[in-house]
Ligand binder design. Structure first.
Ligand SMILES: Nc1nc2c([nH]c(=O)n2[C@@H]2O[C@H](COP(=O)(O)OP(=O)(O)OP(=O)(O)O)[C@@H](O)[C@H]2O)c(=O)[nH]1
Length: 141
């Protein structure tokens, strides 16, 4: 009997935060040492076993920025095929609950006017997130 092996693609769920504060939005630049060096992203990270999206989000934001956030709205899930794996971004619009940010992983952060977000060099998956964020803002008006 001939057996055909289908390679199983790794699927990685990545909750991330579009953090709003005083009318601006936080963009975080990936470190030189990581994959996608110096690209911009919304802070967050890979889900661990038995975590909900929200638990991952709160843990990652504590780990990366050392702040507490609250969720205001869940944006549409945004998949991105990276060849050997598929990233599923799960973006949440959030507010800060504590304000003293300490960076532990990122190169730098910027607070941007929402309209200027697309000026940065984002990871590809984030371009879809930004469009969905704009649609959410329009719907708020
Ligand atoms: N946190 C975050 N990750 C993103 C975004 N967009 C995007 O493609 N990703 C990808 O999702 C993965 C999240 O992984 P991570 O932040 O937990 O850790 P990492 O960089 O060490 O991951 P990696 O080395 O496996 O790429 C990264 O590969 C990252 O490039 C985003 O907006 N936020």
């Amino acid at each position: 009997m001939i057996e055909t092996l289908f390679p199983v693609k790794l699927v990685v769920r990545v909750p991330c935060a579009v953090i709003e504060h005083n009318g601006k939005v936080l963009a975080a630049q990936r470190s030189k040492a990581l994959s996608f060096p110096l690209k911009w992203e919304f802070p967050g990270g890979k889900q661990e076993e038995n975590e909900t999206d929200e638990e991952t989000l709160f843990r990652e934001i504590r780990e990366e920025l050392d702040v507490e956030i609250e969720i205001l709205h869940k944006l549409p899930v945004t998949p991105k095929d990276q060849g050997w794996r598929e990233i599923i971004l799960v973006p949440f619009v959030c507010n800060l609950k504590t304000y003293k940010i300490t960076l532990t992983e990122h190169e730098q952060i910027l607070w941007l006017e929402p309209d200027t977000l697309s000026d940065l060099d984002w990871t590809e998956a984030d371009l879809g997130v930004i469009q969905n964020y704009y649609a959410y803002r329009e719907a708020q008006k």
